[in-house]
Design a binder for this molecule. Sequence first.
Ligand SMILES: Cc1cc2nc3c(=O)[nH]c(=O)nc-3n(C[C@H](O)[C@H](O)[C@H](O)COP(=O)(O)OP(=O)(O)OC[C@H]3O[C@@H](n4cnc5c(N)ncnc54)[C@H](O)[C@@H]3O)c2cc1C
Length: 382
Amino acid sequence: MDIEARAMIEQVCDGILRQVDRAYMAQCGRANTAPDKLWRAMAEGGLFALGMPEEHGGVGGDITAVIYALDLLGRAGIFPTRYVTTQMAMVTLARNANDEQKRRYLAPTIAGDLFWSFALTEADAGTNSFKIRTRAERQANGDYVVNGAKMWITGIHDADWSILVARTSGFDADDRRVGMSAFIIDPKSPGITIKPLDIGVHMADKSNEVVFDNVVVPAGNLLATEGRGLNALFDCLNPERLMAAGLNVGLADYILSKTADYAKMRAPFDVPIGSYQGVQVPMGHAKVRVESARALAYQAAEKYGRGEEAGLESNMAKAAAADAIMAAADIGMNTFGGASLDMQQDMIPFYLWAKFQEIAPINKNVTLCHIAMNSWGLPKSY
Ligand SMILES: Cc1cc2nc3c(=O)[nH]c(=O)nc-3n(C[C@H](O)[C@H](O)[C@H](O)COP(=O)(O)OP(=O)(O)OC[C@H]3O[C@@H](n4cnc5c(N)ncnc54)[C@H](O)[C@@H]3O)c2cc1C
């Protein structure tokens, strides 16, 4: 990424951060209300044009630009979940949509007019996405009828559109990649019931269970080729891991700065607790992890941006950033001591988020197994 691109992204993020700060996000989290001011500022600020093709209204560049924006927003303690789900949809559309779909869906999303969710996970399938059972049956007129249920779908209650991954044929053990298809769906379609889940993580958006009861999806909303939806899905998994990495290193820096401020001020034994090696050493260690993860994230993003296979690096960046934010949140909690449990101190949301990053969007075990498998050719374990 060149200096001009960096300056442009900093300008966009500064504009957003002039309208939205951590205090506002924390207040929305505690009240369990949507940070609408953030969503508006992101759309108006042009955040969605980053990394997107100029022919559809984007400003060009690649995923590195997106990671940098997430890193900067994270450093201010902001969780822009809808940016991540919408980016995943945009990457899927940019790589798999036909011209008409790009004109109709991608261009207005780049302009900031549409929010997206991404509906893959199912309750019984969990980490094993091959086991999903939501079914899309093609009708005589070419339209599809969808039945089934999705779990944990973030932001779909408010999204304009969603990418849906469903089965168009049964599971084939000989070729697990066939039989899944990707669709553009309108979450307000008749037959869709959305039930918000009561979750403990303040992540600026609700996650939902979604039930599909004979939902009609027009033929024109199929992405790419029927039965090959897994390719479309895989296109956005590395970007998702990279976005998680970029956001988490930014958030980890925010947590460490907040911790340092508290450690300079709190002095139960008349000297600041920040003067103790027992506080400084884990803080220093966490900062090393943050910067190592950041370096990995940009290295992986640049490789992905060049169009090279970057699965191994993306998983490493995701795992390193999850470890880094956990280390930062852990020393944050310890340093705030009893005050860490006071919601007004705004430390608990980061601790829960850090734990959540070990579990999703992909759990730590599977990321590490992927790294072991691809580094040394060990047998696939999942
Ligand atoms: C708040 C939230 C928001 C989410 N948003 C979305 C969304 O917008 N769209 C979407 O499609 N999904 C979403 N997800 C789903 C998320 O991606 C899944 O939760 C995740 O993939 C893991 O599935 P699971 O929680 O069912 O875990 P399970 O599959 O039940 O696994 C539980 C644990 O078992 C272990 N484990 C499982 N499999 C293996 C293995 N093969 N090897 C070693 N250990 C293993 C891991 O420790 C794992 O954490 C969201 C989840 C949450 C919690």
